[in-house]
Design a protein around this ligand. Structure first.
Ligand code: CTP
Ligand code: CA
Length: 239
C-alpha cells in the first residue's frame, strides 16, 4: 500500500516545471544554445516533490545531474523550444502550477541544413537567418484567459542585466505585466553574478491580482542557495 504524504505546502498539487536551456539545430552537427545550467529548475522540482506535489519536470539542456524519476517526480527531456512548447501544451491543462524556469531560445535558425554546412574556397562566411520561437509562457497565460484552461498559478523567470535606461527590477516589473503571469522571479545577471553558481539572489514579484492574495510586500528578495530560492518561490506560488 502506497502512502501519500499529506504534508507540505504543495501536498497533492500537480506541478509542471521547465528547466535548462534549449538547443536550436543549424545543421546535423551545430546548434544555437545558451548558458543556462538548469540548476534552479532542478532545485524547484526537487523542492516541489519534497513539498508533497506530483512533479513533471520538463528538462532541456542541463549542466547538473537530473534527478531520477520517482512516483512523484516524472522527468521528460526536450531539446528545442518547439519541443518544449509541445510538452508544456500537453502538460499544462492538468497542472495546478506551472514554473517556467527554462531558458527558452527566442530565435532559431530559419532553415535547418540537412547536410553539414561546408566552408567554401572563396573565404566567405554564411549568413544565418533566424526566426522567432513561440513564447510558451505568454501562450499559456493567453490560453488560460481565453479558454479557461491551464494552471491556476503561472510563474515566469527573468534574467536581467539592466541597461543605461533601466535597472533590472524595473525591467522585471515590465516583463511581469507584459507576460501576464502571476509571479515573476528575477535573477540579476552580469558582472560578479555568475551563471551556474549555487549561490543566488532572486527577487519574487507578484502581479496585482496575485499580490492581493499575498500578505507580503511587493517584492520578496531571497539570497542563498538555489534550494532556498526554490523554497521561497514555491511558498509564494502555493498561497
Ligand atoms: N519564455 C518562454 N518562451 C520563450 C521565451 C521565454 O516561455 N520563447 C519564458 C521563460 O521561460 C521565462 C520568461 O518567459 O520564464 C521570461 O523569459 P525572458 O527571456 O526573460 O523573456 P523574453 O520575453 O524572452 O524577453 P527578453 O527579450 O528579455 O529575452
Ligand atoms: Ca528571452
Amino acid at each position: 500500500q502506497i502512502q501519500e504524504p499529506s504534508t507540505g505546502v504543495l501536498a497533492g498539487r500537480r506541478v509542471v516545471i521547465t528547466a535548462g536551456g534549449t538547443r536550436e539545430p543549424l545543421d546535423p552537427v551545430r546548434y544555437l544554445g545558451n548558458r543556462s545550467s538548469g540548476k534552479q529548475g532542478i532545485a524547484l522540482a526537487q523542492e516541489a516533490a519534497a513539498q508533497g506535489a506530483h512533479v513533471h519536470l520538463i528538462a532541456g539542456i542541463v549542466e547538473a545531474e537530473l534527478p531520477r524519476g520517482t512516483a512523484r517526480l516524472q522527468v521528460e527531456r526536450i531539446e528545442t523550444a518547439q519541443e518544449l512548447q509541445e510538452a508544456v501544451q500537453r502538460a499544462a491543462p492538468e497542472a495546478d502550477l506551472l514554473v517556467m524556469a527554462a531558458a527558452v531560445a527566442d530565435f532559431r535558425p530559419a532553415e535547418y541544413a540537412q547536410a553539414k554546412i561546408k566552408k567554401t574556397d572563396n573565404g566567405g562566411a554564411p549568413v544565418i537567418t533566424l526566426t522567432r520561437n513561440p513564447d510558451i509562457l505568454a501562450e499559456t497565460v493567453h490560453r488560460r484567459s481565453v479558454e479557461g484552461i491551464g494552471p491556476r498559478v503561472i510563474v515566469g523567470f527573468a534574467a536581467e542585466t539592466g541597461d543605461e535606461g533601466s535597472d533590472p527590477l524595473t525591467l522585471a516589473q515590465q516583463k511581469l505585466q507584459r507576460k501576464g503571469c502571476d509571479l515573476l522571479v528575477l535573477n540579476r545577471v552580469g558582472e560578479n553574478l555568475v551563471f551556474g553558481e549555487d549561490a543566488t539572489e532572486v527577487h519574487i514579484l507578484a502581479s496585482e491580482s496575485a499580490r492581493a492574495q499575498l500578505k507580503d510586500s511587493e517584492v520578496i528578495s531571497v539570497r542563498g542557495t538555489k534550494a532556498q530560492a526554490a523554497e521561497a518561490v514555491l511558498l509564494q506560488a502555493a498561497e
